[in-house]
Design a protein around this ligand. Structure first.
Ligand code: ADP
Ligand code: MG
Length: 238
C-alpha cells in the first residue's frame, strides 16, 4: 500500500505562506508529477509529505495514518534528491546498504536487495567504486538504488534529473518509468520540465504560488487546461 491523502495543508516560513491550502489524493501505485515554476512550493510540499517538514496546518495521511504519528523509519517513504547526497568515502555497495544496516536488516537480506537493485539499475560493475569514480548519471542511479533497497511504498523524487545532461536525462527518465512498472510502488515526482511531466505521469498536479491550479491526466491538461497558466505551462515547450 502507498496511498496518500493531503487535506488543506498550509505551510508558512515566518510570515510567508508558501503552501496556501493543498488538497490532493494519490492512489496506491500511481505516478504523480508535481510541476510548477521555481519557488512555487514543490519541494516544500514534498518535504511535508515526507514528514521532513511539519505543516503549519492540515493533514498528511499515508494509508490513512497521519505521517507525523509514525516514526520516520516506519513510514515506508524514500526520497531521491537532485544532488544525490551520497557519502563520498563509502563504496556504491555501502552507500546503498547504509540505511538497511542502521535499520538492523540482516546482512544476507541486505546483500540480496543490493544485488536486485543494482541489476535493475545496471550498477553491478560499479558496486565497489566510490562516488568520485562515477559519472553524474551513475551517481544518480546509486541514489535511486539506495531508495529502492529500502523497498518503500512511496518514492519521492525532487527534480532527480536536473543535474544531468540531456541524453542522460532521457535514459534516467526511462529507467524511472521502468522501475515504476516493476515495483508497482507509488511515486511522486517533482519537475519543472513539461516533457518529463507529460511522459512519466499518470496524473499531473500543476502548482503555482502555493496553490494547485489543476490536477489531471497529461492529455486532459494538454487538451483542456483550466486556465491560461496551465495552458502556458503544459502547452508551450521550454
Ligand atoms: P520549488 O521547489 O517549487 O522551487 P520551494 O518549495 O523550494 O519551491 O520554495 C518555495 C518558497 O519557500 C520559496 O520562496 C522559498 O524561498 C521558500 N522556502 C523554502 N524553504 C524555506 C525555509 N526553510 N525557510 C524559509 N523559506 C523557505
Ligand atoms: Mg524545489
Amino acid at each position: 500500500m502507498g496511498s496518500l491523502k493531503i487535506e488543506n495543508v498550509k505551510k508558512s516560513f515566518g510570515n510567508v505562506e508558501v503552501l496556501k491550502g493543498i488538497d490532493l489524493e494519490v492512489e496506491d501505485g500511481e505516478f504523480v508529477v508535481f510541476v510548477g515554476p521555481s519557488g512555487c512550493g514543490k519541494s516544500t510540499l514534498l518535504r511535508v509529505i515526507a514528514g521532513l517538514e511539519d505543516a503549519t496546518s492540515g493533514n498528511v495521511l499515508i494509508d490513512g495514518r497521519k505521517v507525523d504519528a509514525v516514526p520516520p523509519a516506519d513510514r515506508g517513504i524514500a526520497m531521491v534528491f537532485q544532488t544525490y547526497a551520497l557519502y563520498p568515502h563509502l563504496t556504491v555497495r555501502n552507500n546503498m546498504s547504509l540505511g538497511l544496516k542502521q535499520a538492523k536488516t540482516p546482512s544476507d537480506e541486505i546483500a540480496r536487495r543490493v544485488t536486485t537493485a543494482s541489476t535493475m539499475l545496471s550498477l553491478d560493475p560499479y558496486l565497489e567504486r566510490r562516488p568520485a569514480e562515477l559519472s553524474g548519471g551513475q551517481r544518480q542511479r546509486v541514489a535511486i538504488g539506495r531508495a529502492v533497497v529500502r523497498e518503500p511504498k512511496l518514492f519521492l523524487f525532487d527534480e532527480p534529473l536536473s543535474n544531468l545532461d540531456a541524453a542522460l536525462r532521457v535514459n534516467t527518465r526511462l529507467e524511472i518509468a521502468q522501475l515504476h512498472r516493476r515495483l508497482s510502488a507509488t511515486m511522486i515526482y517533482v519537475t519543472h520540465d513539461q516533457v518529463e511531466a507529460m511522459t512519466l505521469a499518470d496524473k499531473i498536479v500543476v502548482l503555482n504560488g502555493g496553490r494547485i491550479e489543476q490536477i489531471g491526466r497529461p492529455m486532459e491538461l494538454y487538451n483542456s487546461p483550466a486556465n491560461e497558466f496551465v495552458a502556458g505551462f503544459i502547452g508551450s515547450p521550454k
